[in-house]
Design a protein around this ligand. Structure first.
Ligand code: HAM
Length: 423
């Protein structure tokens, strides 16, 4: 076997029907962003490491062990972005977007995390993110959920997902809960996993997220965050739930949902599915009311989410291969006319190719089938030696002559799958 260079572990190439699904999903995210009034933001794929270190939490898995960090040639610490929220806030502040009408931002692109690769978990993966700045009303939380639902619905996977929600509360509620939880866990200190032992001191809430079996058992009787919420927090959460129900959104309250990143404040959520292996979250997010201030800006409540494209693609139906129209000159004497005709097809955004090789007509037809052609256009002479255009439907094998002047309209009417207007 040839010794070609393989892609790096946890990365992969996208092509064929996967590429079709990827593009379809990207287009869906773009459409939903447009419909809900979000504007596109593109940030660089790498940032100063501080963008993530100062925001995601020292005890988060991402900062602790998953960042691809390196030094620039001049020695500045840089990191390939593991997520898009902190960079969006960085861009919001740096470009003074608070003073513009760009308060709802949509981004898309590759993210990088040094995780153990498995089904639905890569080291380079793609997110489409929605970030709603100045989200003063809790309708913003509802709008964020509705737009997320739209993406999943348009991708045809919504029915395979469950929406889990929780409410983390204000800083003081969380600090209160951290105390109560720590007290409870002290009794089980020796039995906790090594990671959770460390977190007991630094970030006890994250223990709720633990995947360790014993940790999970211990947590079964742990106090709930809801017991430490202020009246105001409880009212807000109740109102969000009411609005979601009003909009026909089903959800489960998961008291252990804390999310892996430290910047979350109030409402948090994940659309999960048990059909994608151990990696259950397809799309997740929540409120981060303190992050803008934490990064040096004015207090700005925000809510957002990111969709994981690869995970959603695992649930999407297999896409149909793209079809094509093939122009086939009977012999060399029809070559120039064939090239001209094909240029006309291209000018009309009709997906086509031309077969100029010197093989006989039956071989050319065999190749046309192999190329998934739905239509073949043959240039030859009729019985009176007059040039003609024959079109052959490759599915039905029907063949008929068509006037050159009618050809484009004929294709537009009968072979819509061959036409795409990108711009
Ligand atoms: P996250 O939950 O870390 O949140 O990631 C969002 C989504 O990215 C996940 O639900 C999952 O679909 C996908 N994802 C994460 N890691 C991987 C991986 N290794 N391989 C494949 N897919 C993955 C955030 O990143 C937040 N910035 C979301 C947010 C936006 N919160 C507020 N605004």
């Amino acid at each position: 076997m040839a010794n070609y260079i393989a892609p790096v572990r946890g990365t992969y190439d996208i092509f064929g029907t996967k590429a079709l699904a990827f593009n379809a999903l990207y287009n869906i995210c773009q459409q939903v962003a447009f419909n809900y009034g979000f504007s596109y933001l593109q940030t660089p794929t790498f940032e100063s490491s501080d963008v993530f270190k100062r925001t995601l939490g020292d005890e988060s898995d991402i900062v602790n062990k998953e960042m691809y960090s390196f030094l620039s040639r001049k020695g500045s610490p840089l990191t390939l972005r593991p997520e898009g929220t902190a960079p969006a806030v960085r861009a919001y502040l740096h470009n003074n977007l608070a003073n513009t009408n760009l308060q709802k931002l949509f981004y898309f692109g590759p993210m990088f995390r040094y995780e153990r690769p498995q089904k639905g978990r890569q080291r380079q993966f793609h997110q489409a993110g929605f970030e709603y700045f100045n989200a003063t009303s809790l309708y913003a939380d509802v709008e964020i959920i509705l737009s997320a639902k739209d993406i999943l619905q348009k991708a045809g996977v919504y029915s395979k997902t469950v929406l889990e929600i929780n409410y983390l509360g204000s800083l003081s509620s969380r600090q209160n809960f951290a105390k109560v939880l720590t007290e409870y866990l002290q009794d089980y200190k020796q039995e906790l996993s090594e990671d959770s032992k460390k977190r007991l001191l630094s970030n006890p809430l994250r223990i709720l997220d633990s995947k360790d079996k014993t940790d999970k058992q211990i947590l079964q009787n742990a106090p709930l965050i809801s017991s430490c919420l202020s009246n105001e927090d409880n009212d807000t959460f109740a109102e969000i739930k009411e609005l979601l129900t009003l909009h026909g959104v089903n959800f489960n309250v998961n008291n252990h949902l804390v999310r892996g990143l430290d910047y979350y404040t109030g409402f948090v959520f994940e659309f999960i599915s048990n059909e994608i292996g151990a990696q259950s979250a397809l799309l997740s997010g929540g409120r981060y009311d303190d992050l803008v201030e934490q990064m040096g800006g004015k207090s700005t409540p925000c809510v957002g989410f990111a969709a994981g494209l690869e995970r959603i693609m695992l649930l999407m139906q297999e896409q149909k291969e793209e079809e094509i129209c093939l122009v086939l000159p009977f012999d060399d004497s029809f070559k120039l006319d064939a090239i001209k005709l094909r240029q006309e097809l291209i000018a009309n955004n009709i997906r086509s190719d031309i077969m100029l090789e010197k093989s006989n007509i039956s071989k050319k037809f065999k190749r046309a089938s192999a190329k998934n052609a739905s239509l073949v256009i043959i240039l030859d002479n009729d019985e009176n030696q007059k040039p003609r255009i024959m079109v052959k439907n490759m599915k039905s094998s029907n063949q008929e002559p068509i006037l050159k002047t009618d050809l484009i309209n004929y294709i537009k009417e009968n072979y819509k799958e061959l036409i795409k207007n990108v711009v």
